[in-house]
Write a protein that binds this ligand. Structure first.
Ligand SMILES: [Zn+2]
Length: 341
């Protein structure tokens, strides 16, 4: 199966034609959650039914156990393709199940809140309730209808902006780690992640319109391809992501990933005494709020999570390994963020 990428307004109405013209017929396992299925499911299921046999699975969590159970179902029933409709959680289960069962995944995202929709990484829940990032494969096909994204809560799209913006810090960390001989460089992957960031930063849209959504989706998918090329999340995940992982681990605020990594990006740039005005300007333009206090993150939590961040993934060398993480310094940064953002 070739890679299929179709991003446009109304893309979903052409699902049948897109799949048929790529000879995608046979036995499908459609996976979604009940809420999303109620909104868009019929439109998709009707078209897939015309391409073969359709099995349906509604899921309500993103546990490793569930992903493994679905992989088993795929193997037992000789399924040819998984079709996933939903946001990050549903698609992560689909990606992992398709990776384990070695069949292709057709991804139909309904949100673009992070680069997980196209990444070769599934974030799944362990039995203890904590999440784990697991390597898998990018979906073979991504059909993204910008109408879906336009209809989803705008906060999710703002988080997608934050996750893409965080490529800036991730690339800075990667370059530094390479120069310090702490990591390898993959120039193709670096270029792709950089392009994902630059093409978004260069857009002149001032609101989240369909054209902007298309540009953001392009950037998010490019970030996914960068990870696939590098064979790791390195091109899009540095110190700012480690900080976000620490927030997920040590606190219970349930802020969106993309918002946390954008806060991590600005915080790291402040700690490094680097210019972050362009990034902040861009976030402000789309009203992406990353003020830690407004996100419910206390000063103590901010300090703790910055200090614990590098231990979230000790083999990923970042600026966190080099900078001053004294409590006093971090408290000062928090106070400044509280004022400025
Ligand atoms: Zn991310």
């Amino acid at each position: 199966m070739n890679n299929i990428l179709n991003i446009k307004q109304g893309a979903i109405e052409e699902l049948y034609d897109i799949l048929l013209s790529n000879n995608i017929t046979g036995k499908f396992l459609y996976i979604s959650d009940k809420f999303i299925d109620n909104l868009y499911g019929n439109l998709i299921k009707q078209q897939i039914q015309k391409l073969g046999i359709l099995q349906i699975e509604y899921i309500d969590n993103n546990s490793i156990e569930l992903a493994m159970k679905i992989a088993e179902e795929v193997i037992e029933n000789n399924i040819d393709y998984i079709v996933g409709l939903g946001g990050g959680k549903v698609l992560d289960v689909c990606k992992y199940a398709s990776y384990i069962s070695k069949i292709s995944c057709i991804s139909i995202p309904t949100t673009i809140s992070n680069d997980g929709i196209a990444s070769p990484i599934a974030v799944l829940k362990k039995r203890d309730g904590k999440v784990q990032s697991l390597g898998c494969k990018m979906p073979k096909a991504i059909i993204l209808d910008t109408n879906f994204i336009q209809s989803c809560p705008v906060e999710l799209t703002k988080a997608g902006i934050g996750d893409t913006i965080s490529n800036y810090m991730a690339l800075k960390d990667w370059k530094n780690a390479y120069l310090k001989k702490k990591d390898q460089m993959n120039n193709f992957a670096y270029l792709m992640s950089e392009n994902a960031l630059d093409s978004l930063m260069r857009t002149n849209y001032k609101s989240i319109c369909p054209e902007f959504i298309k540009a953001l989706a392009n950037s998010i998918i490019l970030s996914g391809i960068a990870m696939e090329f590098a064979g790791s999340s390195r091109p899009v995940s540095g110190s700012e992501h480690l900080f976000s992982h620490a927030l997920d681990y040590y606190t219970n605020h349930n802020n969106l990933h993309g918002i946390q990594v954008a806060l991590g990006t600005v915080s790291m740039l402040k700690l490094l005494k680097e210019d972050y005005s362009l990034i902040l300007e861009y976030l402000n333009k789309f009203d992406v709020n990353i003020n830690p206090k407004k996100l419910g993150i206390t000063k103590q939590e901010f300090v703790l999570c910055m200090q614990k961040a590098s231990s979230m993934r000790p083999n990923r060398y970042t600026y966190l390994n080099e900078i001053n993480l004294d409590t006093k310094e971090l408290e000062k940064i928090y106070e400044e963020l509280e004022e400025e953002l």
